[in-house]
Write a protein that binds this ligand. Structure first.
Ligand code: HEM
Length: 260
């Protein structure tokens, strides 16, 4: 799910932008730099200057990261334009939350034409990468006065380990791996961690906890090819959401972090 669809609005920086909204604080300077360098490399080719959008570059970079981490290669449809808006207000309403229930996840994905199987396969993106303590600390401690919130069961030894990673006075920059078992490999290990009740985000663990989605988690945990096939199919659908190909609200950005 993009901020406004696949229009690279996620890259726009500035006051009130998406990065400072906290929803995507893991969008690292290194990752942004990679996109900037890819953009410069394309622009340096004769005849290509300012012909390739940041949205397309982002889609291609994602595909390459997935493949380099051991995941499947898949074709990326191209021709997206970049959007002109990337604000905190918009992001709040378009991205799923770490505390989402299965029904909330399904509702948001269905609104974008994605099925529950697509949603479970895409959540497999969490086979790599990290999350900050604030996204799951509510599952580790009981906070006095806090609104009670559903949290799917967590493996006890894992819970203790995570309390070590994120103590009550955790630093806002501390992160933990989303896939505790094979954090740097794009594989089906993510689903196996869910079977072991070692999913960090509530929205991940709920996929195993809720019996309506558990069979798909078990299927992907047992069969990596089935996961890869479902992931590739769902990524193609995801890559078509909110695509801009014309209009006054779209452009090819000259600098990926700024509207022209
Ligand atoms: C199902 C709904 C989803 C929810 C609720 C969700 C939520 C999150 C959260 C809370 C984080 C951690 C952010 C932080 O702490 O800064 C995260 C990270 C991440 N998500 Fe998702 N996400 C979802 C779907 C997806 C999809 C569809 C993909 C890609 C196919 C994806 C790929 C990633 C990756 C790779 C990271 C790690 C980023 C990094 O290491 O810098 N997520 N997600």
């Amino acid at each position: 799910m993009g901020v406004q669809g696949c229009d690279a609005s996620v890259l726009i920086s500035g006051p009130g932008d998406e990065h400072s909204a906290g929803a995507d604080t893991t969008l690292s300077p290194d990752a942004l730099d990679l996109i900037t360098r890819a953009k410069a490399a394309v622009d340096a080719v004769a005849g290509c200057s300012n012909k390739v959008s940041c949205a397309d570059i982002l889609a291609l970079a994602t595909r390459d990261v997935v493949q380099q981490a051991g995941g499947p290669f898949y074709p990326v449809e191209l021709g997206r334009l970049d959007g002109k808006v990337g604000t905190r207000a918009v992001v709040k309403h378009s991205l799923p939350g770490a505390g989402f229930s299965l029904d909330q996840l399904n509702k948001l994905f269905a609104a974008n034409g994605l099925t529950q199987t697509d949603m479970i396969a895409l959540s497999g993106g969490h086979t790599i990468g990290v999350t900050h303590c604030d996204k799951f600390v509510r599952r580790l401690y009981t906070f006095k006065g806090a609104r009670p919130q559903y949290s799917p069961p967590m493996n006890l030894a894992f819970l203790r380990q995570m309390r070590g990673t994120c103590p009550l006075n955790y630093s806002p920059t501390t992160v933990a791996m989303l896939d505790a078992v094979t954090p740097n490999k794009f594989d089906n290990g993510y689903y196996q961690t869910l079977q072991q009740q070692k999913g960090l985000l509530s929205s991940d663990q709920v996929l195993f906890a809720d019996r309506r989605s558990r069979a798909t988690v078990n299927h992907f945990a047992a069969n990596q090819t089935a996961f890869f096939d479902a992931f590739v199919a769902a990524m193609a659908k995801l890559g078509r959401i909110g695509v801009k190909t014309a209009g006054s609200d779209a452009e090819i950005r000259r600098v990926c972090t700024k509207v022209n």
